[in-house]
Design a protein around this ligand. Structure first.
Ligand SMILES: NC(=O)c1ccc[n+]([C@@H]2O[C@H](COP(=O)([O-])OP(=O)(O)OC[C@H]3O[C@@H](n4cnc5c(N)ncnc54)[C@H](OP(=O)(O)O)[C@@H]3O)[C@@H](O)[C@H]2O)c1
Length: 233
């Protein structure tokens, strides 16, 4: 892994991923919307910035060329198939053997075996309804994006984040295959550590074709239930 692309580099998760990637000595290419280039000012001398919408196929084709890894922030914002357009462009143009790591939330399910609390399901229903009504987001498009990723024969990993908080790193989150597993009960991860897990996944082939659901390694449930299979990556 020498050169990696961060798609959605200017957001909170994206900037943490850029920093972790630089810390590992990778050459970094970052894609972000034109109006957000300013947010990457601190990195301007250290990374190549490609301005443009992340679902712009031409932009992605240019950005991922020659990259052995691609870290993608999948967001459902707007009503323009932003998540599925972004995922499709990455799937189509990434180098054939590149490691592709996508971010999303616990609501995405790889095999339908996740068990959700009623409050979580109610929140999703209400958020989805309001998002459709006011046309600010398309949750179902993030589902569509992940369906396409799961069906692809690329070297993908979909990292499913719990609720997030800011704060200093506590270390690599622990993970489990299914929401509802005891180790995940605390449902809280530091955003900086979500990014750490994404970047670490680039070099972990055990996570290929998996959708790990993560939780902070210092969360109460992680301390109680973590074992060798869930401990970091
Ligand atoms: N927030 C949570 O509690 C939470 C929980 C679990 C999982 N996640 C997952 O974590 C990832 C990052 O989420 P985050 O909440 O932490 O956000 P974030 O890192 O701040 O990233 C937001 C991204 O969305 C882009 N964006 C914002 N508004 C947009 C619009 N109208 N059209 C297109 N792009 C837009 C931003 O680009 P600009 O910089 O150009 O604005 C940025 O790249 C996502 O995959 C999310 O599903 C989040």
């Amino acid at each position: 892994m020498k050169k990696v692309c961060v798609v959605g580099a200017s957001g909170k998760l994206g900037k943490y991923m850029v920093q972790h990637a630089l810390d590992r000595g990778y050459e970094v290419v970052g894609v972000c919307r034109k109006q957000s280039v300013e947010k990457l000012k601190d990195f301007e001398d250290q990374i190549t910035i490609i301005p443009g919408a992340t679902n712009d196929r031409e932009v992605i084709e240019r950005a991922v060329s020659g990259c052995q890894g691609v870290l993608v922030v999948l967001v459902p914002w707007g009503v323009q198939q932003y998540a599925s357009g972004t995922a499709q462009a990455v799937l189509d143009f990434a180098e054939p053997d590149a490691r592709l790591i996508f971010s999303c939330g616990w609501h995405i399910s790889l095999d339908g075996k996740d068990v959700y609390k009623w409050r979580f399901k109610a929140f999703l229903k209400i958020f989805g309804f309001l998002a459709r009504l006011f046309r600010f987001a398309e949750l179902e498009d993030q589902d569509e994006a992940c369906r396409r990723i799961f069906a692809s024969n690329t070297q993908w990993t979909v990292v499913r984040g719990s609720d997030l908080e800011e704060g200093e790193s506590q270390g690599l989150p622990v993970w489990s295959e299914h929401v509802g597993d005891p180790v995940l009960q605390s449902n809280l991860t530091r955003r900086i550590d979500f990014a750490l897990f994404m970047v670490a996944a680039l070099e972990n082939n055990n996570l290929i074709h998996k959708a790990p659901a993560i939780v902070g390694c210092q969360a109460a449930s992680a301390k109680l239930h973590a074992n060798s299979t869930t401990q970091g990556v």
